[in-house]
Design a protein around this ligand. Sequence first.
Ligand SMILES: Cc1cc2nc3c(=O)[nH]c(=O)nc-3n(C[C@H](O)[C@H](O)[C@H](O)COP(=O)(O)OP(=O)(O)OC[C@H]3O[C@@H](n4cnc5c(N)ncnc54)[C@H](O)[C@@H]3O)c2cc1C
Length: 259
Amino acid sequence: MGNEIEHKIVRIKEKKIYKEKFCFLTTENRFLSNPLPGQFIHIRIESVFLRRPFSIAEFSSKTMSIFFQLKGKGTSSLSQKNRGENIDVIGPVGNSFPYERFKENILVVAGGIGIAPMIFLSSELLKTKKKFSFFHGAQNKNSLLNFFLPEGISPVIISTDDGSKGKKGKITDILEDYLKKEKVDVIFASGPYFMLKKTAEISTRFNIPCYVSMENRMFCGTGVCQGCVIETKDGFQKVCTDGPVFDAEQIRWKDIPYA
Ligand SMILES: Cc1cc2nc3c(=O)[nH]c(=O)nc-3n(C[C@H](O)[C@H](O)[C@H](O)COP(=O)(O)OP(=O)(O)OC[C@H]3O[C@@H](n4cnc5c(N)ncnc54)[C@H](O)[C@@H]3O)c2cc1C
């Protein structure tokens, strides 16, 4: 793990709702340590019993943002909070994408709302001036979320399943074609499990290291309860504190639900 998990009450500074199903929420940042891309915060939401985990999408010395899709009761309640209200967060939790190890030819793949941690990762890659390409796929043009990416990323390759914007098809098919032509040293991926599994298969075939962010249902979020474990080649590992970022080669994909 990168740093100590802290418990803070933070004030909401800004909230934006997009297309009635996505929420970008910015709070004050009261963490003593700097979060790393891939880490998440675990938020207490009064209407639900368990905290809900959200990747850190943006971070500065004064602010921290999350970007989430409205799924059920927890995310719906959180999206109804307003500027000036407080929320109870623990974080930063988990490990991060090991981007420091790679100098260039980095490929970032984000499916749907899986783009959230990749916004933070892209900002860090831009700061370090590492060469990277960004792939973003969604079902249709209304579900594309690349307008949240920081400026200066090149190239950004977009695909939609129905072809309503960008290339037509699954982002993993576009990825496969790209790898036939371009040199890639590492892939970082976040998105639905079927997309991560496919990305892992492709990376194995092309012999490229690949790291994926796993989003299991989570309980304590601090490494105590073991409620979020996944099966890896090294046995069961906790998504909250051993992950959420895993070497894709290590995961036993056949045991992952929906993958
Ligand atoms: C480490 C981590 C980081 C995450 N980061 C983000 C993020 O940045 N943005 C974002 O939108 N979501 C993120 N998620 C998923 C998010 O936590 C869930 O969507 C949220 O907890 C759902 O809560 P709810 O009460 O609204 O829905 P619930 O009522 O609990 O569930 C509603 C529906 O959402 C599904 N769901 C619940 N939890 C998950 C999950 N973990 N993954 C996928 N589907 C789920 C359920 O199966 C159900 O179909 C992350 C999850 C993890 C584990």
